[in-house]
Design a protein around this ligand. Structure first.
Ligand SMILES: C[S@@+](CC[C@H](N)C(=O)[O-])C[C@H]1O[C@@H](n2cnc3c(N)ncnc32)[C@H](O)[C@@H]1O
Length: 331
């Protein structure tokens, strides 16, 4: 029988599992104060795939179904139409995203231990709505970290090219050097929230009572070389492509070590291919992951079982490495 946790209410949750389930309903069913950290790359609500459409807008340009997107080829096939605020329905998308975040924020607050961190990857365009939803639920919004992705395609259209196509050479010359769209999207925000600890206690008391509330500067410096709130950890050469929105293991390891210690529990309610869970497992943390998508869950299970095979093969080595590693060692 696997491990499970039981906390201040009578519910129990299995540990070290990845389950195909609605991550909102599943977390609503978890015991109070049962996890030390929530680390999740939540849907950004920008329509990069079906699971990322979180609004009622039936505008046909979403998911690449407009004639223009069909012509544009694979690059744009999954992308929503640009933000033009054309219709009232378009303008409601941010608020609908906030409502979606509100639907899980109170459950996240309940299942976290006092002082525990919720670290959330959220898109630049709608992350402020996530901040409002979690803040209104009772979280403290501590910081917005920046993850520098290293590479990002720049898709802003040249204005001069538009005029050129129209045969308007005068305006093509006048507007040379101007673009329509955004700057190169080289960073992604990682929102850092904490669950407030009880009034009348101190953070040091809270660390003693619940094991969370402070952050591990030494380990962060080991990954990043400094204690700045800009992170640069990227993909390793053999990480493979498991998910459209996959995040690097080294980055997830840095975040897990920032906020938790060995033996604590990390929850990812939107775990995709299980990157957070693999990172947690490598670091000797318990993990709980949910995802609605069957293929994503299968991929997470595969990744976790190959970790397990590696672990069993090299057991003495891995244990010794965990015990003896220096702050500057990679995860
Ligand atoms: C941004 S992706 C996570 C990718 C992940 N970081 C990785 O490295 O594989 C978000 C995931 O949330 C899942 N998802 C969306 N809504 C969900 C829900 N209500 N419950 C559980 N999973 C959901 C999607 O299927 C998708 O895999």
């Amino acid at each position: 029988m696997g491990l499970s946790l039981r906390c201040s209410d009578s519910r129990t949750t299995a540990l070290d599992v990845v389950v195909r389930a609605d991550g909102i309903a599943a977390v609503a069913d978890m015991p109070e104060c049962s996890v030390h950290c929530i680390l999740s790359d939540i849907p950004y609500g920008i329509g990069i795939d079906r699971w990322d459409v979180l609004h009622e807008n039936t505008n046909s340009a979403f998911l690449g179904t407009s004639p223009a997107q069909a012509r544009a080829g694979s690059v744009f096939r999954r992308r929503g139409k640009p933000l033009n605020g054309w219709s009232a329905a378009d303008r409601r998308i941010p608020l609908e995203y906030q409502k979606w975040c509100e639907s899980f924020a109170c459950h996240w607050l309940r299942v976290l231990k006092p002082g525990g961190s919720a670290l959330v990857f959220a898109g630049r365009r709608l992350s402020h709505r996530c901040v409002v939803a979690l803040e209104d639920a009772g979280f403290t919004f501590k910081d917005s970290l920046a993850w520098l992705r290293g590479f990002a395609p720049h898709r802003a259209q040249r204005l001069s090219a538009v005029f050129q196509r129209r045969g308007d050479h005068a305006n093509a010359a006048k507007w040379a050097g101007w673009r329509v769209g955004n700057l190169r999207p080289i960073y992604e925000p990682i929102l850092w929230f904490t669950k407030p600890y009880p009034i009348g206690t101190t953070i040091a008391d809270n660390v003693l009572a619940h094991g969370v509330g402070a952050y591990n500067e030494t380990r962060l410096v080991g990954y990043e070389g400094d204690q700045d709130n800009v992170l640069r950890a990227g993909f390793g050469p053999s990480e493979g492509k498991h998910h459209l929105a996959q995040k690097p293991l080294r980055l997830l390891c840095a975040l897990i070590e920032l906020a938790t210690t060995e033996g604590q529990t990390v929850l990812d309610p939107f775990c995709g291919s299980g990157s957070t869970l693999v990172a947690a497992r490598r670091l000797g943390r318990h993990y709980i992951g949910f995802d609605l998508d069957e293929l994503a869950v299968a991929s997470a299970k595969r990744r976790l079982s190959s970790e397990e095979a590696e672990w069993l093969d090299d057991e003495p080595n891995l244990f010794t490495m965990l015990r003896d590693r220096k702050p500057s060692d990679p995860p």
